[in-house]
Design a protein. Structure first.
Length: 249
């Protein structure tokens, strides 16, 4: 029921163009002992590690208070976030909310999703992951999209941060590989290369040259295209300057 409702809202309102990287990347151990990176859970839980990104706290969003863990906070069913209510939000905020809902619907909803409003009129979305962890997405009135996960507060759509660059690099590549018959190697070549100095500046849809180099090295070692690309981004060290991946079971 919720899935249909979200889909209808997005069709009627139009999904926003704010790109975010996958919430969770999985590192899976193959039978031969090698590792494969994927945005889908591994076949066997014992061979699976989740990868998280730990960006530095950003001062002007560090004061945002989470609502999902509060007993009197975000407790409304997601279905109550209907077309009329979404349409009443400022455009920038509405675009941020619909971008999160579009990604959530694409990946598949899980029971327990809810939402609420902050004292500053921010919209708080409490969305469970495959691993039953609640990730809080906060859309402010001026359109900032903030994620609260594991005690970390981070921008999701600020163009001038390493995390935003990782998002843009991954989504630009995916927009190419999602086309039927696309070749992942050609897509890496087609993605624009960022400037070498502070590559996250300017909000360009590009990938650092380090990512292309790391991808080609992984492919030369026999790794499959998707795993090689995600491994370059989410492996240790990440090819995106300033990104610190961490694995956990």
């Amino acid at each position: 029921m919720t899935r249909i409702h979200i889909g209808l809202m997005l069709l009627l309102l139009g999904a926003a163009g704010i790109a975010t990287a996958e919430d969770t990347i999985y590192k899976c151990k193959s039978r031969d002992g090698s590792h494969v990176f994927s945005d889908k859970p591994c076949a066997a839980a014992k061979d699976m590690q989740q990868i998280r990104i730990e960006p530095a706290r950003v001062p002007d969003i560090a004061e945002i208070q989470p609502l999902c863990a509060s007993e009197d906070g975000a407790r409304r069913a997601l279905g109550a976030l209907n077309r009329k209510l979404l349409g009443s939000l400022p455009k920038a905020q509405r675009d941020a909310v619909t971008s999160v809902l579009a990604e959530y619907a694409r990946k598949g909803e899980h029971p327990g999703a809810r939402w609420g409003r902050g004292a500053d009129d921010s919209v708080h979305l409490c969305l469970p992951t495959f691993a039953k962890e609640i990730v809080e997405h906060v859309a402010t009135v001026d359109g900032k999209l903030v994620q609260i996960r594991g005690g970390m507060v981070s921008y999701q759509n600020d163009p001038d941060t390493p995390l935003a660059l990782l998002d843009r690099c991954e989504q630009t590549w995916r927009s190419c590989t999602d086309v039927e018959g696309a070749n992942p190697d050609s897509c890496v070549t087609q993605v624009p290369t960022c400037d070498r100095n502070e590559p996250w500046k300017g909000g360009r849809n590009c990938c650092p040259i380090q990512c292309k180099t790391a991808y080609n090295e992984r492919r030369a070692n026999g790794e499959m295209g998707s795993s090689a690309f995600l491994g370059a981004l989410y492996g240790v060290p990440s090819c995106v300057p300033g990104i610190v991946p961490r694995t956990e079971r």
